[in-house]
Design a protein around this ligand. Structure first.
Ligand code: ZN
Length: 291
């Protein structure tokens, strides 16, 4: 039997799987105490964080705790260790370019069709949400709404989780600075109609929560779509089963420069997914940071 199937590294946190160290670095305000639990042959990780982040004036500075197991990068509670295959690893490969449907084979198309079918989406594996439930205090609507704050993004009112405000404000500042000397970028910013983020809802066709329910996903919609495709499911309703073949030039995009600025600040862009969602950005530093 192999002791561990991941690379191990020394770090200031200890001698842990390399990917665990990288996760720790992405959320440095969280305290991690890990020890190898021989009874389940996995790392047991005791997490501690402030209940309220970015609020130094908070009346009470209580801490929250959770115990999760590494489970090859899934961060699962002990009760879910036997269901590991139901979950993706938290640090899956994020494509930082959009797959071009011109290159799809017939097999690819069948696979994507199957992936996008309602029946399949109910049963397929998904992101394990336990770590994010801990991080964002997202166990219920009432609890998370204590952490959702009103803000604005490029002049549009929005509500986001307090934890992502610094990253989002940095995205905004960087875009505005670049747009001051780039008329093309300025025109794109002016074409934005809304930037909605927090919304308590489940993902279409599944019972999982969307990252909008955590206030860490932001949808940027243009004032006018001008016939462009923006979301795979709307395209499925419009074009039927060939939605995944929508040519890249017929899809709406906020443009490479804006996408790059978001990625540099820890966000991924949904337009790079095969199940494309070109309005959607999600805060996942563990997917874009190269530690
Ligand atoms: Zn979205």
């Amino acid at each position: 039997m192999m002791l561990y199937d991941h690379e191990m590294r020394f770090s200031k946190f200890g001698f842990y799987p390399k990917k665990l160290i990288s996760l720790m670095r992405c959320y440095p305000d969280v305290e991690y105490k890990a020890h190898f639990d021989l009874s389940v042959w996995d790392w047991e990780i005791y997490l501690t964080a402030n209940i309220f982040e970015n609020r130094p004036d908070q009346k009470y500075n209580a801490k929250k705790h959770a115990t999760l197991y590494w489970a090859d990068g899934r961060m699962l509670p002990r009760s879910e260790l036997s269901n590991k295959s139901k979950y993706w690893s938290l640090q899956y490969k994020y494509n930082d370019s959009t797959p071009d449907p011109k290159n799809f084979t017939r097999e690819d198309i069948e696979r994507i069709k199957e992936f996008g079918s309602s029946e399949n989406r109910k049963n397929q594996a998904g992101s394990p949400m336990f770590f994010f439930d801990f991080l964002y205090s997202a166990r219920s609507r009432i609890i998370i709404e204590d952490h959702v704050v009103k803000t604005s993004f490029l002049g549009k009112k929005t509500k986001v989780h307090e934890r992502i405000v610094p990253a989002l404000k940095n995205v905004e500042k960087t875009i505005l600075k670049a747009a001051a000397t780039d008329s093309e970028l300025k025109a794109i910013v002016e074409s934005f109609g809304s930037a909605d983020a927090y919304h308590w809802r489940e993902i279409r066709d599944t019972s999982r929560k969307s990252f909008h329910s955590y206030g860490i996903a932001l949808d940027i919609l243009p004032k006018k779509l001008k016939g462009k495709a923006i979301y795979w499911s709307w395209e499925k309703d419009r074009r039927g089963e060939k939605w995944m073949l929508t040519p890249l030039e017929e899809r709406w995009t906020p443009g490479k420069k804006i996408i790059k600025i978001f990625e540099n600040n820890g966000f991924i862009w949904g337009g790079n997914w095969i199940i494309f969602d070109c309005m959607h950005f999600e805060y996942h530093p563990e997917l874009v940071n190269k530690f």
